[in-house]
Design a protein around this ligand. Structure first.
Ligand SMILES: [Cu+2]
Length: 116
C-alpha cells in the first residue's frame, strides 16, 4: 500500500505536465487582431507587420462605401461592399508580403508583411 501512495497518480502527472506546458502553448498559439481604418480614402495605418495567424480587422470609418480585397497566390479575399461602420476580418496564415486594396478607390493600398 505504501508503495502505491508514493507513486504519483495519473491525474497528478497530467496536472504537472499541464502546468509546465501551458505557458509555452499560450505563446505558440497567441494571435492578434489588428485594427485597420479606412478613412479619407486611405488605409490607416498604411503598412503593418504581423505574424502568421494574425487577423486584420478592417473598418470603414468613412461615410461612403469602401471595399477590401487581397489577390495573391497565398490568399484571396473579397470583402464585398462595405458601408459606413462595417468591419471585415482578414486572417493571414502564410508568411509573405501582401497588398490589401479597395476596388472602389484604386489608390487605397495597405502593405502587409507576415513574418515567419
Ligand atoms: Cu475605398
Amino acid at each position: 500500500m505504501s508503495r502505491q501512495r508514493k507513486a504519483p497518480s495519473t491525474l497528478t502527472k497530467a496536472l504537472i505536465i499541464s502546468l509546465i506546458a501551458f505557458p509555452a502553448g499560450v505563446m505558440a498559439q497567441s494571435s492578434s487582431v489588428v485594427m485597420i481604418s479606412q478613412k479619407k480614402r486611405t488605409y490607416a495605418p498604411g503598412a503593418v507587420t504581423i505574424k502568421p495567424g494574425d487577423t486584420l480587422r478592417v473598418i470603414n470609418d468613412d461615410i461612403f462605401l469602401h471595399h477590401a480585397f487581397v489577390d495573391s497566390e497565398a490568399l484571396r479575399f473579397d470583402s464585398g461592399s462595405m458601408e459606413e461602420g462595417e468591419t471585415r476580418d482578414i486572417q493571414f496564415d502564410a508568411p509573405g508580403r501582401y497588398e490589401v486594396r479597395c476596388a472602389i478607390h484604386p489608390k487605397m493600398k495597405l502593405d502587409v508583411t507576415v513574418t515567419p
